[in-house]
Design a protein around this ligand. Structure first.
Ligand code: LUZ
Ligand code: MOS
Length: 749
């Protein structure tokens, strides 16, 4: 049986951090969190809490032996508050007790006195007061100033998009175990084991090599564990070092929702200019990003927003500016798409607004302005191997858009109380970390004397199937069955200096590194067979070393055994750095991406005009996966991405009270798509294309499909306009049933 994560999951056997067999003497941690959005700490009274049953220790910032600093890109985030709190939910103290409930009870008995200060919850509000994370950045192409004069239609407006909660099945979790040499072993539910190692070492004032971080697997992450697993690992580590007992720190669903950051809400201004025939000549936008109270990954996310400002289109004159605004919410963070969905929603809204003004179908403008091979992105890269037009026309021919349109018009004629609408979303998403330095990965491969294989890489398995893809790569090269290949847990002492498993690059980069390591070993074994066993050139085919002339053959197992006794090295480490990418921030030009992923989707919806309810009927996709490493995994990623994208644009609504306290802090108040909401999804892969940048010509899959969901917003708008052609055009997602109803009833929400 192939014991990869997929099989373990379906049988319920897989263990996540919280399921690991607990070490004896384990203690449990919980935090005392700020109950205000912004203010000074006047006093922390631990007196009563210390007497609470089961309490072992309580720590505050003063107990941190190293630096009280967990900021990664920008060092602006303390682990435990010192004099000031900057968001509701910020850790103020750490309570350690014999059980989680004892810790929680004691935490309630910690009394913190605050002096409240004014708080910003909205990006524009923070911007007005010059509360910024970093200076604004601008990308430009062509000559925007003169371009406006040549436009026949100019439309300007505002676009808003809301936050999104990750709702990974597994909440944040860590387990820290003190070691006899003064170091720690930490099990952490993180996408970024080496960054956890680095920051824990900083906080504890220890060398990185003293901190071993292991990630067994994650129950989903979606970006929410790229940076934000950090605090929980650091807190467990701090307490483990201090008490010399194992410490477990897990968050309940509600704690996780209240304490951790989300997808960044954006509020944006746009201006778009077109000629009479629908060619977009100019686009200008300012994105106000609600970063929350610390930088986290906000500046990187903002950069990806700029990179995707014009989506799948070529616009000759562009000027886009993005501003990370510092507010008093938990620091917002990575979430599938990483700033690109927000940018694409703005651009699609601009097209939609222009189409409405010109009284043409938005699809016509979309199609007319698609990217082509020789076009240049505003950041200077050429759209080589562009598949935008191919995906669009394949969508059209595969799913018969004209027929769909006819059916919808007919349905809307025949139905008074429910109307259908559809919209198309073309996709172009850049693959690589935009921070070029992160585009590196390593693999460590051992072949054991029985011919079975162990692989370690920097990839974290979070349900996306990266382990299966890596296993598949090894199986292709060594030509052995999958159950002879084991992909190990991610561990900082087997693979050093790992980049996060993020930016959709996990299978690409770790897959390439694995390939390189396997090729080294295979070549050594082959040479051994040629020189010591079969005396002459051999080829390796069908799992056999074969000599052409004589027909002599040798199995993988026999060759491995013989090579071992001949003292051939059966282990290899390989390093991969994505070639030919660079970016010059002083010019804001370069070639930041290894390649782009293309696709197109059509979303069909039905709106109930009396109740404002809607169903997403179908999502039909043409997607370019290159030569897919695993069609089932890629389909799963496309389906999951689409449903998550639909949730963001339709029903997922985050609400705070005026003290910045999260109101939508459970799955009864924060609604996410379920199986009943999920539409019929049809996926057509663009016939296999070459992509030498991906292992075996594959393409990255993780993030891009999320953005197909954006079409649902415009499909719903189209259905609403079938009820009421003059319904006000607002671009403010999520478009909840409440908003649909109020807007059809002519009321503002
Ligand atoms: N994480 C990151 C990402 O650190 N840099 C990126 O460019 C990125 N892109 C997408 C998702 N996560
Ligand atoms: Mo990410 S949004 O951690 O790829």
């Amino acid at each position: 049986m192939n014991l990869n994560d997929i099989n373990l999951h379906v049988s319920g056997a897989s263990r996540f951090v919280d399921d690991l067999i607990e070490p004896t003497g384990v203690l449990h941690a919980t935090i005392v969190a700020s109950t205000i959005a912004h203010g000074l700490i006047k006093k922390i009274d631990l007196h009563e809490a210390r007497k609470s049953p089961g309490v072992v220790a309580i720590f505050t910032a003063e107990d941190i032996p190293g630096q009280n600093q967990i900021g990664n890109i920008i060092q602006d985030e303390v682990l435990l508050a010192e004099k000031e709190v900057h968001f509701n939910g910020q850790p103020v103290a750490l309570v350690i007790a014999e059980s989680k409930s004892a810790a929680q009870k004691a935490a309630q008995r910690v009394h913190v006195e605050y002096e409240e200060k004014p708080a910003f919850l909205e990006a524009r509000e923070a911007f007005e007061k010059n509360s910024l994370i970093a200076p604004p950045r601008t990308f430009a192409l062509g000559d925007i100033v003169s371009a406006w004069d040549r436009c026949d239609t100019i439309v300007a407006g505002r676009v808003d998009s809301g936050a999104q909660e990750h709702i990974y099945l597994e909440t944040q979790a860590s387990l820290a175990i003190p070691l006899d040499d003064g170091g720690l072993k930490i099990y952490s539910a993180t996408q970024a084991a080496s960054i956890v190692q680095r920051i824990v070492a900083r906080v504890l004032g220890l060398a990185a090599h003293r901190i071993e971080v292991e990630v067994p697997r994650l129950g989903g992450a979606f970006g929410g564990k790229e940076d934000q697993a950090m605090a929980w690992a650091c807190l467990a580590a701090l307490a483990a070092l201090k008490t010399q007992r194992p410490i477990k720190m897990t968050l309940s669903r509600s704690e996780d929702m209240r304490y951790t950051g989300k997808r960044h809400p954006y509020s944006s201004d746009y201006k778009i200019g077109l000629t009479q025939d629908g060619a977009i000549l100019a686009f200008e936008a300012t994105y106000f990003q609600n970063a929350g109270a610390a930088a986290d990954l906000s500046t990187a996310i903002l950069e990806r927003t700029l990179f995707h400002a014009t989506g799948s289109y070529f616009i000759p004159n562009v000027k886009v500016t993005a501003i990370a605004c510092k507010t008093n919410l938990p620091p917002n963070t990575a979430f599938r798409g990483f700033g690109a969905p927000q940018a694409m929603f703005v651009f699609e809204s601009a097209i939609y607004a222009a189409a409405a003004k010109m009284q043409v179908d938005a699809k016509i403008i979309q199609h007319k302005n698609l990217l082509h091979e020789t076009d240049e992105f505003p950041y200077g890269m050429k759209a080589e191997s562009c598949k935008a037009e191919t995906c669009w026309s394949s969508l059209d021919s595969t799913f018969k858009l004209q027929e769909l349109e006819k059916q919808i018009i007919q349905h809307n004629r025949q139905h008074r109380w429910n109307k259908k609408g559809f919209a198309v979303m073309p996709l172009c998403f850049g693959i690589s970390f935009t921070n070029t330095g992160l585009n590196q990965a390593s693999a460590l491969v051992h072949v054991f004397t029985d011919g079975s294989v162990s692989i370690s890489t920097g990839a974290v398995e979070m349900g996306q199937g990266v382990k299966s893809k890596i296993q598949g790569i090894v199986a292709r090269i060594f030509q052995i069955p999958l159950d002879r290949i084991k992909v190990e847990f991610t561990n900082t002492q087997r693979i050093a200096n790992m980049s996060p498993t993020a930016a959709s690059t996990g299978a690409d980069m770790n897959g390439h590194a694995t390939r390189l390591a396997c090729e080294q070993i295979l070549s050594r074994i082959q040479k051994h067979v040629e020189h010591e066993q079969l005396a002459g050139p051999v080829i390796y085919k069908d799992g056999l070393f074969q000599k052409n002339e004589s027909g002599e053959k040798m199995t993988w197992e026999a060759a491995v055994q013989n090579a071992y006794w001949d003292r051939v090295n059966l282990s290899a480490h390989a390093f991969y750095a994505t070639p030919d990418i660079y970016f010059d921030k002083s010019l804001e030009k370069g070639k930041p991406f290894s390649y782009h992923v293309y696709g197109a989707a059509v979303v069909e919806v039905t709106v109930d005009g009396l109740r404002g309810l809607y169903t997403i009927d179908s999502v039909k996709v043409v997607h370019d996966a290159g030569k897919s490493l695993d069609v089932k995994i890629d389909c799963g990623q496309i389906e999951g991405g689409i449903v998550q994208g639909l949730g963001w644009v339709t029903m997922e609504e985050i609400r705070h009270d005026k003290n910045g306290r999260l109101l939508s802090d459970s799955l009864t108040t924060y609604k996410v798509p379920d199986i009943h909401f999920a539409p019929d999804i049809r996926i057509h892969f663009l016939s296999e294309t070459e992509n030498p940048a991906g292992p075996f010509n594959s393409k990255a899959i993780g993030e891009p499909p999320f953005m197909y969901g954006i079409a649902a917003y415009f499909a719903i708008l189209n259905a609403m306009r079938a009820f009421k052609p003059d319904v006000p055009l607002k671009f403010d997602l999520p478009i909840t049933p409440e908003k649909v109803l109020m807007s059809l009833a002519g009321q503002n929400t």
